[in-house]
Each structure stands twice: as structure tokens, then as C-alpha cells.
Design a protein around this ligand. Structure first.
Ligand code: FAD
Ligand code: DHB
Length: 407
């Protein structure tokens, strides 16, 4: 058997998504060494189209970290969203703006997740020359209950490697290897629908996102730039995207987003339509020994509240502080509190995402959520949210993101 090539670092980070890369940067700023290990290649990670909404505290943190230059130039600050729905069955839909600036004095920024990832990779790899290993295979974690955990993998050249570290951060997403090893209790809800998402080469016709409740199902109007629109429609679970022709997708969007004076610019799809299942999941605790879960590895939210990436970044802010305290001052109190601290914000975001999802989607009429009573409750909640300042403020403060550490 050939010898594994050995190396050492302070923090081994599995996964180069937003969680892993923000953690690596925060540690670097505090003078703590880390190595990031990523299964995919750089091109894939940079091209993966996902989230688009950055909470105010996320933007503030990226700015403090010195990685928000392009975000400041190209990100689209929004000070509100629209909820679009019909007051009664069969009535025409109307727009109701939730004015974040007025209600909570701040807003969100629309900037693609893959742009955040590109910026962080440029900063770490191209500018600072710090390690991110792409294309790692058969990654495994060892001795996480001891003070000397390690990570083994086969690198892109086929060499067997081992990395010894003080702490391992499992930032490897929902399908990674970290969570099964922690084997925590899982609280879960799977929703009976999915989102079909498209990215169209078409100028957005509004400056803000529109969340539409419609008898045919939910639709979301979003954007990525003055030239690119991002759109989603609710579809049944197990939908094969190839059953949805471009014409069928546009037709559904026109129907579900119909509103007096509103038009949609059509354009060529920049990438193939994708289907995202909707689930809520919380793993607790988010720690086993020296292995700490962060981001989608520890929790999943349905995308309706736009919370996933933001929550991943909030986790690693807590983790970075705790790791720095442990490694620099020998004080493990932050590590001991990590899981409980994060789970408070996680559950707030889980509730908000569930609330938005339940209020806006069409449930099967044969089930509790979709029967006449369920739909009556949805309409009532929508009306209350847009007519009560207290209810609108609650939506606004959750949507723009509660200050880090406030929950
Ligand atoms: P990931 O981004 O999943 O990164 C994990 C990384 O680990 C990946 O690069 C993966 O390749 C790597 N990896 C996995 N296994 C291994 C292994 N064994 N070895 C090495 N590497 C491994 N969130 C928002 O905040 N706002 C939104 O508007 C929003 N909209 C969304 C819309 C859609 C359609 C989708 C799908 C998601 C959306 N999200 C949104 C959620 C958001 O994209 C995720 O929550 C976010 O990517 C989580 O970041 P992460 O770093 O934890 O995980
Ligand atoms: C986007 C995604 C979301 O889940 C959401 O709630 C709002 C916007 C987007 O991809 O633009």
C-alpha cells in the first residue's frame, strides 16, 4: 500500500460553498490557518445557480470582511417586496408592497450566491494564494471525538492524502459526509411540491421581487441583473423538467403573476430549468467532538423565505469566533455553546420559511392545507400581513434578517 501524503492545519473545512468559504476568510482574518476541501471543480462551484437574496446582516459581514467590492457595485439593493394575491376566489390579483425601509429601516440585496462564491474564491485563491483543494474524492473524517481529528481523501491527481487538524468544519451541504457522522436527532418536514426555476435573458420589469399566491400554484418573480430575470413556479414533486417546455413555463408565469399593469419580458433561458424539492430539516446538536456542522449540512429551509445561504453564513460567523477563542486563548466555551447559539437563529429562520411557504403555495385540495378551510386561512393571513403594520413589520424584520446575535 502506498503511503498517504500527510499535512497539517488548524481547521479542516469540508465544502467550498458559502459556509466553507466565509469561514475560511473569517479564520484567515483572525490569523487561524485552514484548508478547504471541495469535491467539485472550481468551474462547477462558481457556476452553480442557487440563492439570490442577501440579508442586511450578511451584506454587512461581507463588507466588514473586505470581500464586498463587486457586491457594492453590482448587487441590487431592494427596500421592499410585493405580495400578490386575489382578495377572493376568482377576483383579480392585486399587489401589496411590504416596505422594508419604512417598516424596519433597512433592506436586502439581490446578488447571486455564485457571485458571492466567485468573490470569495478570487480573494482566497487568486489574491491570497491560500489553499482550496478542488476535486477531492472519497473524503472521510476520522477521530472526531479526539483532540486530533483528521481527514483523508484522494486528490485530483489520484494521490492519497491525510490532513491532521484541531477542528473540522462540516460545511459540505445536505448530501455531504459530515452530518451522518454526527448522527443527531433530525426534525424534518417535506412539502408536497417543488420549485421549477429558470434564469432568462430578459430585462426585469420591476425593481423588486414579487411573491404570487395563485389558484394554479405559487410563482416568484426575481432577478439577477438589469439584463437577467430569475423566475420560479410551484410544480408537483417528482416533476421532470423536460415535461415543461419553454412555452409551458412562460404560460404558467404569465397566468400566475397576472396583475393589472404588470408585464413580463420573455427571453431565452440561460441554463436548463431545474427542479428543487422543498423541505425543512434541523439536525441537533450541530456538533460531535471536534466536528462542527454549518450551513445546509446542519439544516435546510424551503427557499420561500430566502434564508438558506444567509443562515449558513450566520452559523460560520459564530463558529469562527468560537474556534479563534479556543485555538488562540485555549477557551472552549464558544465551542461548547456553538450548537445552542446557532440553533436559536436556525429555528427562527425555519419558522419564517415554513410560514412563507405555507401562506403562499397551493396545497392539494384533498388535504388539510388545500381544502376550503386551508385556503381561507391563507387568504386571511395574506390580508392581515398587508393591512396590519404589526404583521407587515414581523415579515419585514424576518425577511431582511434579524441582526446577528439578536435571536
Ligand atoms: P452548499 O452551498 O451546498 O456547499 C456545500 C459544498 O460542499 C458544495 O460545494 C459541495 O460540492 C461540497 N461537498 C459536498 N460533499 C462533499 C464531500 N464529500 N467532500 C468535499 N466537498 C463536498 N438561500 C438564500 O439564502 N437565499 C435565497 O434566495 C435562496 N434561494 C435558493 C434557491 C434555490 C433554487 C436553491 C436550490 C437554494 C436556495 N437557497 C437560498 C439556499 C442556498 O443555496 C443554500 O442554503 C446554500 O448553498 C448553503 O450553503 P452551504 O455552504 O451550507 O452549502
Ligand atoms: C430568489 C430565491 C428565493 O428563494 C427567494 O425567496 C427569493 C429570490 C432568487 O433566486 O432570486
Amino acid at each position: 500500500m502506498t503511503q498517504r501524503r500527510e499535512s497539517r492545519t488548524q481547521v479542516g473545512i469540508v465544502g467550498a460553498g458559502p459556509a466553507g468559504l466565509v469561514l475560511a476568510k473569517l479564520l484567515d482574518l483572525a490569523g487561524v490557518e485552514a484548508v478547504v476541501l471541495e469535491a467539485r471543480d472550481r468551474g462547477y462551484v462558481e457556476a452553480r445557480v442557487r440563492a439570490g437574496v442577501l440579508e442586511a446582516p450578511t451584506v454587512e459581514l461581507l463588507r466588514e470582511m473586505g470581500v464586498a467590492g463587486r457586491l457594492e457595485r453590482e448587487g441590487m439593493p431592494h427596500t421592499g417586496i410585493s405580495l400578490r394575491f386575489a382578495e377572493a376566489p376568482g377576483a383579480p390579483a392585486q399587489d401589496h408592497r411590504i416596505d422594508f425601509a419604512d417598516l424596519v429601516g433597512t433592506g436586502i440585496t439581490v446578488y447571486g450566491q455564485q457571485e458571492v462564491v466567485k468573490d470569495l474564491l478570487a480573494d482566497r485563491v487568486d489574491d491570497a494564494g491560500l489553499p482550496v483543494e478542488f476535486g477531492v474524492a472519497d473524503l472521510a473524517l476520522h477521530d472526531v471525538d479526539s483532540d486530533a481529528p483528521s481527514i483523508t481523501w484522494t486528490d485530483a491527481d489520484g494521490a492519497d492524502r491525510v490532513l491532521h487538524c484541531d477542528v473540522i468544519a462540516g460545511c459540505d451541504g445536505f448530501h455531504g459526509v459530515s452530518r451522518p457522522l454526527v448522527a443527531p436527532d433530525i426534525a424534518e418536514r417535506v412539502y408536497p411540491f417543488s420549485w421549477l426555476g429558470v434564469l432568462a435573458k430578459a430585462a426585469p420589469t420591476t425593481d423588486e421581487l414579487v411573491y404570487a399566491h395563485h389558484d394554479d400554484g405559487f410563482a416568484l418573480y426575481s432577478m439577477r441583473s438589469p439584463e437577467v430575470t430569475r423566475l420560479y413556479v410551484q410544480v408537483p414533486n417528482d416533476t421532470d423538467p423536460s415535461d415543461w417546455s419553454d412555452a409551458r413555463i412562460w404560460d404558467a408565469l404569465h397566468t400566475r403573476l397576472a396583475c393589472d399593469g404588470f408585464t413580463i419580458n420573455e427571453g431565452e433561458f440561460i441554463e436548463k430549468p431545474s427542479v428543487t424539492p422543498m423541505r425543512s430539516m434541523v439536525a441537533s446538536p450541530m456538533r460531535r467532538g471536534r466536528l462542527f456542522l454549518a450551513g445546509d449540512a446542519a439544516h435546510i429551509v424551503p427557499p420561500t423565505g430566502a434564508k438558506g445561504m444567509n443562515l449558513a453564513i450566520a452559523d460560520v460567523r459564530v463558529l469562527a469566533d468560537a474556534v479563534v477563542r479556543a485555538l488562540r486563548e485555549g477557551d472552549d466555551a464558544g465551542l461548547a455553546a456553538y450548537s445552542d447559539t446557532c440553533l436559536r437563529r436556525v429555528w427562527r429562520a425555519e419558522h419564517f420559511s415554513w410560514f412563507m411557504t405555507s401562506m403562499l403555495h397551493r396545497f392539494d385540495p384533498a388535504t388539510e392545507g388545500g381544502d376550503a378551510f386551508g385556503v381561507g386561512l391563507q387568504r386571511s393571513q395574506l390580508r392581515y400581513t398587508v393591512t396590519s403594520r404589526a404583521a407587515a413589520t414581523s415579515l419585514a424584520e424576518n425577511y431582511v434578517g434579524l441582526p446577528h446575535g439578536a435571536v
